[in-house]
Write a protein that binds this ligand. Structure first.
Ligand code: SF4
Ligand code: SF4
Length: 374
């Protein structure tokens, strides 16, 4: 199988596998199956593990699989998920949160978590509670002591994430991303396509990484009957879509067993045509039509311009991302190479006016102060 790819967490430099593991479904297997699946994940280069389970059972199994490998893995632990009698529960009770975190560290034979996340926060009054009842202060103190390496949260709501971004204290966020939610479809599709796109760019500009939950829309996208696109997408297409969003470092599909895991890992060896998710362009809502989604379906460009990447850097630069300006300037082929042949525009399922956009991009970067590009 093709080797795992890794992306860098901007605040810290950790190399995070582009495919990680969600924990929500793994309790369905026996304890030995769980342990075996985690071992298999490690063997295939997965090093990023979300640690919000649906039951308490998997933690000891993970601990056995992680033995001797703590330095090579990154744990994303949740403050607010609790397991009284082994069953998942959600709380904002500080004492319960403390007890759960301390006991999970013990079970996992570790004394720190790489990511300390406020668990599942989607409401403004919940945000205010977290900030005022001691939970956020507790987490900040753990960060100060090195017990939490990076602060973050899991949320489905762009507004809540933005509030945490404004604190300047978070390094990572877990957000639900798939083409349906980005097109405002489904329970967790909160925010318009442009608001969600702006959030990804703001995270990238702030150096905050995104780990992706619900990449398959809870499985709905994988079935033509339940998919809002009336057509089934593959896991590989959904993973590629998520990884193409700015700031995304890793996608965390929930797997039930080794077979599910190997199915997801097929992404790594999938050729470009299997990763291509341009089919969603047929269903683009009006407010997202004409907006580049960086899919590169319009390739090949006769000038070898990486059209998706250049568009991404442009959008990020417009959002104030200085690093994106630097990345653009380092490209060997830039927008000025465009000969206006129209091939990309004719092929774009999202109706992007790419010929004029290339002119805009070239004009923008030609007039950007090189000193502002890192
Ligand atoms: S111009 Fe269209 S086809 Fe090309 S990368 Fe952008 S959205 Fe995809
Ligand atoms: S219009 Fe420009 S960017 Fe598009 S395919 Fe032709 S040369 Fe490439």
């Amino acid at each position: 199988m093709t080797a795992m790819q890794y992306r860098t967490l901007p605040h810290g430099g950790e190399q995070i596998s582009v495919i990680g593991m969600g924990m929500g479904s793994i309790h369905e297997g026996s304890e030995s199956e769980i342990e075996q699946t985690v071992r298999l994940a490690l063997e295939h280069g997965i090093n990023y593990f979300d640690m919000a389970a649906s039951e308490g059972k998997p933690y000891a199994c993970y601990a056995r699989a992680f033995a001797g490998k703590r330095q090579q893995i990154y744990l994303q632990m949740h403050f607010g998920a609790v397991y009284d009698n082994g069953k998942y529960g959600w709380t904002r009770d500080l004492q319960k949160i403390k007890q759960t975190f301390e006991s999970q560290l013990q079970i996992l034979h570790t004394d720190y978590t790489d990511m300390g996340f406020v668990h599942c926060i989607d409401e403004l009054d919940d945000y205010q509670k977290i900030m005022s009842n001691g939970i956020w202060d507790y987490m900040k103190a753990l960060k100060q002591n090195g017990v939490i390496r990076h602060l973050g949260l899991s949320s489905h709501d762009p507004d809540i994430i933005r509030r945490f971004l404004d604190t300047g204290l978070i390094d990572m966020v877990m957000f639900s991303i798939n083409p349906a939610y980005d097109y405002s479809t489904g329970t967790y599709g909160i925010g318009t396509a442009s608001e969600r796109g702006q959030l990804y760019r703001d995270c990238e500009r702030a150096g905050v990484g995104i780990s992706v939950m619900k990449p398959f829309g809870g499985g709905q996208l994988l079935n033509a009957k339940t998919s809002p696109f009336k057509q089934a997408l593959t896991k590989t297409q959904c993973i590629q879509y998520a990884l193409d969003r700015p700031a995304v470092l890793t996608v965390l599909p929930g797997v039930r067993n080794s077979q599910d895991l190997m199915d997801v890992l097929k992404y790594l060896e999938a050729p470009d045509e299997q990763r291509d998710y341009a089919v969603i362009g047929r269903f683009t809502p009006q407010n997202a039509d004409g907006i580049c989604v960086y899919c590169n379906h319009c390739q090949p460009c006769p000038q070898d311009i990486n059209i998706g990447l250049i568009n991404k850097y442009y959008d990020l630069a417009l959002a104030g991302d200085q690093l994106a300006k630097g990345h653009y300037q380092k490209l060997s082929v830039k927008a000025d190479a465009c000969v206006q042949c129209g091939h990309c525009e004719a092929r774009c399922p999202f109706h992007v006016k790419q010929e004029s956009r290339m002119q805009q991009i070239n004009h923008y970067f030609s007039h950007t102060d090189p000193k502002s590009a890192i």
